[in-house]
Design a protein around this ligand. Sequence first.
Ligand SMILES: [Fe+2]
Ligand SMILES: [Fe+2]
Length: 184
Amino acid sequence: MTSTILQTLHQDHANQLQLLSLVETEIGKLDDVSDPADFELLSLALEYCSDFPNRYHHPKEDRIYERLVARDPAIGDRIDDLVQDHKTLERLTREFANAVAQAIASGDSTGLFETATQFARHYRYHIGIEETDIFPRARNVLTEADWQAIEASYREEADPLFGEQTRQAYIALQERIVAQSVGG
Ligand SMILES: [Fe+2]
Ligand SMILES: [Fe+2]
């Protein structure tokens, strides 16, 4: 069971990194008149982030971290940072989404590059710490009973973008992600 939960979260991270690459590609086109940034696509990407990672992936990790800190209090500060990060990522998602909505409404994308860069950088940093530091720690420290309790504390939910059944609203986004991963 250990590996099942962590494998799912690891797959979520791989998906999130693909999405971040797409966001960064679009943001890189902000000043490109021949191939302008696709704001509608960015808007969808941010809707997804509020929808799945913020509402489901992060809370699921919070449950693991709660158990981990109980078993390994020395790791407390690092866990506090990650839990705080989940709130920060939520705020950065909101700010980025607002900046995109404003750019769509007014055509003014001032500040969008900064907001987007901060969002993408923080996301990548956060995933890096979880993958290299905290998940290996959890794998070593948590017991089978811990993993069972964690598993029992949430309801498995299908990913509306990367899951087997992509939600209708995300199809255009999913097609772009596939095209990007094929095109390199
Ligand atoms: Fe996280
Ligand atoms: Fe994560």
